[in-house]
Ligand binder design. Sequence first.
Ligand code: NAP
Length: 248
Amino acid sequence: MQLPPLSENSLKDKVILVTGAGDGIGRAAALSFARAGATLILLGRTVSKLEAVYDEILSEGGAEPAIVPLDLCGATLSHYQQMAQTIQEQFKRLDGVLHNASQLGYLRPFAQIPEKEWQDIMQVNLTSQFYMTQALLPLLLQAPHASVIFTSSGVGRKGRAYWGSYAVSKFATEGMMQVLADEYANSKVRFNCINPGATRTKMRAKAYPAEDANQLKTPEDIMPLYLYLMSDQSIDVNGQSLDAQPKK
Ligand SMILES: NC(=O)c1ccc[n+]([C@@H]2O[C@H](COP(=O)([O-])OP(=O)(O)OC[C@H]3O[C@@H](n4cnc5c(N)ncnc54)[C@H](OP(=O)(O)O)[C@@H]3O)[C@@H](O)[C@H]2O)c1
């Protein structure tokens, strides 16, 4: 997909929530969205990382973000409902959500996946997105145009040995996006997936410890697709699963 050139302030006046905003792709997305004029809600589990992103946004002259410290593994629907209420009170609107936080778990034979690992991966990578989307939909539906981006993976489109619970959670993420996109096709909220492709982050290093990370794209390199899908230039794009690094 050829992305159209984006205007400088393509996210001006938008309020956008990013999960896993303290590190890796989520951190880069939060900074890029802020540079494009958005006000960020930074959600993650390590407060010091979120504070560093908060400081960086302010030092670049961006709008003051909000920090939501939350471990997606333990959070229940009521945590997300409280968060939605706080967003309503503080910002009065929500224009976008980037579901980005995920855990890889451990690459291992399917027969050896511990029950707890399976449940934790499903909770963080999948169920938290269900809770959060349910809680935030009323706010998103009030926005003039809202964009919800889910984060997929190559192993969420074609299964691969030893990627077990992570791969299954990404297939289900694609499914959740498709169900929502169809259900809200006649609304002003759109739902799409991004497959980032191999990107230089801690998660990638955990999955491929022997590779030369310098050969990989950085999170900053893959931001054009994130900015496009969050901006009003993509208001007609719904139900798509797009690659941030399309094969040439
Ligand atoms: N990098 C790649 O090559 C690649 C390829 C395909 C798909 N993806 C997907 O892209 C997304 C971002 O991955 P990444 O590579 O940037 O990973 P990363 O560097 O490991 O960052 C993951 C982020 O998610 C947060 N997180 C993890 N578990 C959490 C929890 N229980 N509660 C709250 N926050 C939690 C982490 O917080 P802490 O820092 O506090 O742990 C971190 O900010 C993921 O959905 C991943 O599956 C990545």
